[in-house]
Design a protein around this ligand. Structure first.
Ligand code: ADP
Ligand code: MG
Length: 892
């Protein structure tokens, strides 16, 4: 489909390039030009004269940069007339049948050679040479040779004999004006070329000929990068060019003509010359192809340009990417100066157009160093690409969740290892698409390097275009070639990434897949008392003050023994997470020590696993790879060994059958089980859990808790920050109640949950089994029921009880809003309290309201009968006294 549309687009463009008949125009004064469109060149003398009369005489002047596009305009009728120097008209007539002269003497001007200011001697020498009668004769002969009428044979390119020794003269020309300066059969040709070689021979110096667009020649002469510019430069001799460069005496004087084009005339001329043939779309395309590629072996020039474009693109890609990585590293630096420098650099590159930047580099920065255009192109393109690519890298790296980094550290990777194993592969993948876009932009940008004397693909096509006068075909051919280059480059990048980065979902040998192990729900029994067991982890006087001056941990001291399962509970924001993070040094503590029995400070993290609330599985790795990366990279196990052990662990957490899945394909509960397996893969002595089930749907909490319970049963030492009170009670042997940065109360689950000693602990323990909501005038029913549902879920209340509780609350509030006392009741408001009674696994409701108001159950109309019946069906007890309605929800 894509191919078909591109073919259609190509056909439309080619059709547009086919000719339309134009009327024959006669005019010998500006007034007679009324209503016409005249194509001319920007900055030429003739342009100034033409445009000065345009408004008053009612014609329009259109500016172009090269003859090929003007002639295309003439052919398709968008331009009626074009300006051309009279001698060149002959050369055009030679190549293009159908041109006819309208007005032959618009203005007379002279052609000069331009020279840089330092070349005074050269200028004198040139003028001296011009004076010679044989020079005058040579130029006349040259004009006769190159500028021939249609139907005569093509002038063959000449071989010039140039002196070999001595300092070469650097001469630039544009090679885009047939007859004057162009490429014929792959060789420089035209009157200007005769002139410059003639002079070089006279001066006895060799020639270094450079190929530049007209505007670039002006710049190169001014900066002294080249000695001479010979490219049909013409003007009336008013000396305006004299300021920044030297101008020779005129070597060629000619008048400008206005020329039109007629299809009928073209046919007639071709018939007369015996060159006429019928054309259609396909013959036009094949002719254009022949002219562009085959004739005069032009494919060689195209191949040369292509090779150069590929070379420059490739080098710029490599250097641009490396430099981009550096810019990215600088931007991520903590040092203001370094990141600031990178920022300024990127800003500058963002606003400066690449062409301007290229010109500055070539004509200002490297002008005196003799660096070739090719090298300057690579430097400019890589520098420009680096700015954008650096940005892309930066965003990709910053876009990687902080959890990924922390999970890497927690597994025991150093900063560098985390970057290369975890961050970089993910960033590379996420940056790939945008990066490819930058590569394509860079390859396309190579099309401007023709401005600095480099014969790239576009420039080659330009030169051919100026010779064949096909405005479209060479461009379309170039577009196709550029497309192919970008496709190859993008494929190459994709292939390189695939080779270096872990593949998505790499296969696991089938024999490794083991059936998941059976889950156990058995409660854990504790045979030993705390004192009997050896200490694994000692925390001494731990304090943490954040940079903003907030003290989050105040002097925590405790010992964790082998096999301890410590539940850490407490209100949020009291430092539970910070405590765990200080233990494995994800946060550096301000004061105090954490020591692990028999393990050095550096090794500690490796022996302490951590399970995060948000799982933090490595997103670019499969489940099995997540479990293997630690052992392989840090414990230097072989892949086979790591995979064997990995599969064992996965089956222990019931995830063996998902070994080849990517984390994105798993549910939250499954992810957390894999995260636990990953943790176990490093054989940790202690595992820290930071709210492992808080990010999970209620239905998945149990599967994770079961795994943790099993670990406890096997004697794993664990610290678990949790809100699952029932679980904490069943699974742990010690409970820390943390409040405001300290372990406020510590004890066995029995002590903390049933006989809390201290005030805050009591409040917390009771509070968490009670739900309060004020029912006021504009209260949000949806919010209330969401909060209530969450509360009920949190306590793992059986689903039927949850449903009955929710339904009962709905009916109760319905009744509250009805009846004769409703307005006053709503006005006064009420408080809804829902309590969970753990022993009986049941809930009770209480609605307290002003005792001065009519009671709810007796204040009912007929329509409320159903509500009351329903309410009774949900409850085992339903009573109301003044200002208080109490209901006990039926348990199972
Ligand atoms: P908990 O896990 O008990 O909910 P946290 O340990 O996450 O509590 O946080 C305790 C306090 O420390 C909070 O008030 C929090 O705002 C603050 N805190 C956490 N991390 C940082 C940090 N990087 N910079 C500043 N303050 C922080
Ligand atoms: Mg926390």
């Amino acid at each position: 489909m894509k191919k078909i549309t591109s073919l259609i687009a190509l056909a439309v463009l080619l059709l547009a390039s086919c000719s339309k008949p134009a009327r024959i125009i006669t005019a010998h004064s500006y007034e007679e030009l009324k209503g016409t469109v005249i194509g001319t060149y920007n900055g030429a003398t003739v342009e100034r004269i033409l445009s000065s009369h345009a408004e008053e005489c009612g014609y329009r002047v259109e500016y172009h940069t090269d003859p090929a596009s003007i002639i295309q305009g003439l052919k398709n009728g968008s331009i009626d007339l074009m300006t051309v120097r009279f001698p060149e008209f002959k050369a055009y007539m030679h190549s293009i049948p159908g041109l006819y002269l309208v007005w032959d003497s618009l203005v007379v001007d002279d052609q000069f050679v331009l020279m840089s200011m330092k070349n005074n001697e050269l200028k004198d020498q040139f003028n001296e040479w011009l004076e010679l009668p044989e020079t005058r004769q040579m130029i006349q002969d040259s004009k006769d040779y190159w500028l021939r009428p249609y139907g005569t044979p093509d002038p063959a390119p000449k071989d010039y004999d140039v002196p070999t020794g001595g300092e070469p003269i650097h001469i630039a020309s544009s090679f885009t004006v047939v007859g004057t300066t162009y490429i014929s059969n792959g060789k420089p040709a035209g009157v200007d070329i005769d002139v410059l070689y003639g002079f070089a021979k006279y001066a006895g110096r060799p020639v270094e000929l450079l190929n530049m667009p007209t505007l670039s020649i002006l710049a190169a002469v001014q900066t002294g990068q080249i000695d001479m510019g010979v490219s049909g430069f013409a003007m009336r001799n008013d000396g305006s060019m004299n300021e920044n460069m030297l101008v020779s005496d005129p070597y060629n004087r000619a008048s400008h003509a206005l020329v039109g084009y007629s299809e009928e005339l073209a046919v007639q001329q071709m018939k007369e010359a015996g060159l006429y043939k019928e054309t259609n779309f396909f013959s036009n395309v094949s002719d254009a192809f022949r002219r562009t590629f085959i004739e005069e072996d032009r494919w060689q020039m195209i191949a040369g340009g292509l090779w150069l474009t590929v070379r420059i693109s490739f080098c710029s890609l490599v250097f641009g990417t490396l430099l981009g990585a550096l810019i990215c590293a600088m931007r991520l630096s903590r040092r203001r100066f370094i990141s600031g420098t990178a920022k300024v650099y990127v800003e500058i590159m963002r606003v400066v157009p690449i062409l301007v930047f290229l010109m500055i580099m070539y004509y200002a920065v490297f002008s005196s160093m003799g660096v070739s255009g090719e090298v300057v192109s690579v430097i400019a393109l890589s520098m420009s690409m680096a700015a954008f690519v650096g940005d892309v890298f930066c965003m990709a790296i910053q876009g990687i969740d902080r959890g990924q980094r922390e999970a890497g550290y927690a597994l025991g990777f150093s900063k560098k290892q985390t970057f290369f194993n975890i961050i970089l592969p993910q960033a590379a993948r996420s940056a790939q698409a945008v990066y490819n876009g930058q590569v394509i932009a860079m390859i396309k940008a190579t099309s401007i390097i023709g401005y600095i004397a480099v014969l790239d693909l576009t420039k080659a096509m330009d030169i051919i275009r100026s010779r064949t006068f096909d405005a479209f075909f060479p461009f379309i051919a170039a577009a196709v070639i550029y497309y192919l280059i970008t496709v190859v480059f993008v494929r190459l990048i994709g292939w390189l990434l695939d080779m270096t980065l872990p593949k998505k979902g790499s296969a696991v040998a089938p024999e490794l897949v083991i059936k998941p192990a059976k889950k156990t729900n058995a409660p854990v029994s504790w045979e030993h008392s705390v004192q009997d067991r050896e200490t694994v982890l000692s925390v001494n006087g731990l304090r943490k003050v954040f940079e903003d001056g907030v003290t989050v941990l105040k002097n925590i001291t405790t010992d964790i023994h082998k096999g301890d399962v410590v539940s850490i509970i407490g209100p949020s924001g009291t430092g539970k997470s910070t405590f765990l993070r200080c233990l494995n040094k994800l946060e550096t503590s301000t004061e105090g020590t954490v020591t692990m029995h028999g393990i050095s400070e550096d090794e500690m993290r490796r022996h302490m696993g951590m399970v995060f609330q948000s799982f933090n599985l490595f997103e670019h790795l499969t489940v099995l790879e997540n479990v293997c990366i630690g052992p392989m990279k840090l414990l230097h196990k072989s892949r086979e060994e790591a995979e064997m052990r990995g599969m064992e662990l996965l089956s222990a957490v019931g995830m063996a059958n998902k070994a080849t899945y990517m984390p994105g394909q798993l549910s939250g509960g499954q992810k957390q089980r894999v995260a636990i397996a990953r943790c176990l893969s490093m054989d940790p002595e202690v595992i820290l859990f930071d709210e492992p089930t808080s990010a999970l749907d209620p239905t998945m909490i149990n599967e994770v808790l079961t795994v943790i319970r099993e670990l406890a049963a096997r004697g794993m030492t664990m610290l678990i920050v949790t809100h699952e009170m029932k679980f904490a009670r069943n699974v742990s042997n010690r409970v820390f109640f943390m409040n405001q940065g300290v372990i406020y109360e510590e004890g066995t689950p029995q002590q903390i949950f049933t006989e809390p000693q201290r005030e805050e602990t009591k409040r917390f323990i009771q509070g968490i089994s009670k739900f309060d909501y004020s029912i006021v005038r504009d209260y949000d029913y949806i919010d209330m029921s969401n909060c209530l549902e969450q509360f009920l879920m949190h306590h793992m209340i059986p689903q039927p009880v949850v449903d009955r509780t929710m339904a009962a609350v709905e009916e109760l509030l319905q009744l509250f809003r009805n009846g004769s006392g409703c307005v006053a009741r709503i006005e006064a408001g009420a408080c809804l309290t829902v309590r969970y009674i753990e022993q009986s696994q049941s809930t009770e409701l209480q609605l307290s309201y002003s005792d001065k108001l009519p009671q709810i159950l007796s204040d009912t109309g007929r329509e409320d009968d159903l509500s009351i019946t329903l309410l009774r069906s949900y409850t085992s007890v339903l009573e109301e006294s003044a200002g208080r309605l109490y209901a006990k929800i039926q348990s199972d």
